[in-house]
Structure formats: C-alpha cells, structure tokens
Design a protein around this ligand. Structure first.
Ligand code: SER
Length: 329
C-alpha cells in the first residue's frame, strides 16, 4: 500500500473506545486505562448497564455509532485524539440480520472516519479472518491476496479495510488495523460469532464436563488469546507510522487448531471431559470459507508482532480463570 499523504506524529492522549462493552472492548478499555490513565479513556457502548468495572473505573457513555452527531459531540466534549472503533455485529448474527449488520458495521465506521477527519483523530479498526472467502488460499493465507467473502460480515470487513485505506490516502487520517482470528477470552462472551465454540467449550467443560460443538471435529481455524489481541492493538497504534507499509488489515495469528485438538488439550487438565458434535450448517459453511492459517509475517516485520500465548498456555490459563469465575457464581 502506497501512502500518498504522511501522518503526523502519533498522540494517544485522549482515547474513545466504541463497542466498549463487547468481547474485545471490555478488556481493551481496562488495558488502555491502565496505560494511559483512567480519565483519558472514554468507554462508549450501546448498553445502559455495562459491566460495573467499566463504568466505575472511568468515563462511560451510551452511544449508538450510527448517530453521527452524538459521536461528534462525544469527541468534542472529551477532546478525543484516538478512536478504537470496535462496535460491530459478528458473523453469525450478521447472517441473521444482514441489513442491520450493514447499517451498524458500515455506517458506524463511516461516522467514525468522518469524525476522525474533522477532529484529527487516529483510528483503530479491527478486521477479521472473515474478510477472506473460499477463493482465498487457506493455508499460509498471504497478507495481500484474493478477498471475496460470502458473508455479510466479511463484506463489511473488506469494505471497512478499503474505507480505512481510503481515508488515509485521501484525507491523511491515521487509520490502522488488524485482521483478528477467532478470539478467546474469559471476561465478556463473544455473542454471535463463528469461532464462539472455542470460548463456550471452556464454560461447559468446567461446569458439565461435556460440550456439543457446532463446528465439525476437523474444522481448523486461526485463534488468539485475548491478552495478545489487546497487546497487538495497542502496539500497532503506538508504532511510528512511517514504519507501516500496510497500515490497515495486518494478518495476525497466534495458534491454529481444530475442535478435536482443542478438546484433547482440555482433556490433559480434565481427563473426563467429552466432546460431541452437533453441527450448525450456517456456521460450518462460514468456517469452511475462512483461512486455516494466515501468514502474519508482514505484522512481524513492520511493527514487531509476537504472540505470547500458544494453545497449551492459553488452555491452562482459560481453565484456571473460568473455574475461578464460576466458583464465585
Ligand atoms: N470471531 C469472529 C466471528 O466468528 C470472526 O472475526 O464472527
């Protein structure tokens, strides 16, 4: 990607997180507050009742990202210079509500980019393995390759990547982004994604010792533990912009496994755990169109991407944290 306009030195003093109550936002907001000061990180979500720690540890505002004037007001009121724009519908729920998914995913992003252009903000935008389709090489998926997704979610992610590139090239907005794989976390539930099985399985393993998986035994997908996903977003936004050749939509991955392999790793800790398969045809079709393993060498070379958690480290930590969470009720 050729940058026609240079970007100014990066700031990150006053940060807005949209989708702050979601799977990534719940943890990213807290990590940003730790690093940049609680009062300097404004959490915005559509929920009136976010997790108490989000509301108690710093500013929280209710926001629908489709409301451009409310978004602009928020950016002006708090003198925001950086927006982590996470508000979006995930793949499976987007197939149920395609028109609403287009509205939230595309118009929300357009509002954020316009606000960023007018108020000189940097923007982080999460893309996904969902931005690829059945025609993309599934093994070692290149950074720059065919992108013809067959899901509404994927279409909004490709369009989002291109729109972020456009705002950078045309208006000099400092846009940056990552293509996340399936994300595994123990704080907020994902809610409506194709990779959700890799989170649900831990709760069911600890609670019931059994899980009915909605993807087939050998469905291999890229995955990542949330602490790595959070570090990646912050590290990319802190990087000197002149080092970035790709800027938006960096492939990143930390591990790649099938439900069968994940279950075998869980059984090392919980030998009685059993897995059965009750395939959901919609999510199976989506998963079958996504990469098995992405090549993330551009991210490694351009801004030093390096995950900390592999499969065994992630499984050990997840089981500990979920057991603790469930024991507290
Ligand atoms: N985890 C997401 C989903 O399954 C992919 O980006 O929709």
């Amino acid at each position: 990607m050729i940058c026609f306009r240079s970007v100014k030195g990066h700031k990150m003093k006053k940060i807005l997180v949209t989708g702050a109550t979601g799977q990534i936002g719940s943890e990213l907001t807290m990590a940003l507050r730790d690093q940049f000061g609680a009062d300097n990180v404004v959490a915005a979500g559509h929920s009136r009742q976010p997790l108490p720690n989000l509301q108690q540890s710093g500013p929280y505002c209710q926001l629908d990202v489709r409301d451009s004037s409310a978004l602009r007001q928020l950016v002006e009121d708090y003198q925001i210079d950086t927006i982590f724009h996470l508000a979006s519908l995930l793949s499976a729920v987007a197939e149920e509500k395609p028109q609403q998914a287009w509205d939230i995913n595309m118009n929300g992003l357009l509002n954020v980019l316009e606000t960023a252009r007018l108020h000189d903000c940097a923007v982080f935008f999460p893309s996904s393995i969902g931005a690829f389709g059945a025609g993309t090489p599934a093994i070692d998926t290149p950074q720059d390759t065919i992108q013809r997704p067959s899901t509404l979610y994927g279409i909004t992610k490709v369009a989002g990547e291109l729109l972020c590139d456009y705002y950078h090239q045309r208006f000099g907005v400092d846009t940056r982004g990552l293509r996340y794989p399936g994300l595994i976390s123990n704080i907020a539930l994902p809610g409506g994604g194709t990779t959700d099985y890799a989170v649900d399985i831990f709760y069911q393993a600890v609670k019931n010792g059994h899980y009915d998986c909605f993807l087939g035994a050998d469905t291999q997908l890229d995955m990542m533990y949330m602490p790595d996903a959070i570090d990646a977003a912050i590290q990319l936004m802190k990087t000197d912009g002149h080092k970035l050749h790709h800027r938006n939509a960096f492939n990143i991955t930390a591990m790649s496994f099938t439900p069968r392999q994940l279950a075998a790793e869980i059984q090392k800790h919980l030998p009685g755990f059993t897995l059965a398969y009750r395939i959901d045809p919609v999510r199976q079709t989506i998963a079958d169109s996504w990469p098995r393993h992405m090549d993330d060498s551009a991210a490694r070379a351009e801004w030093g991407w390096q995950p900390r958690f592999n499969l065994s480290k992630m499984v050990g930590d997840m089981l500990d944290k979920i057991a603790l969470k469930l024991s507290k009720g």
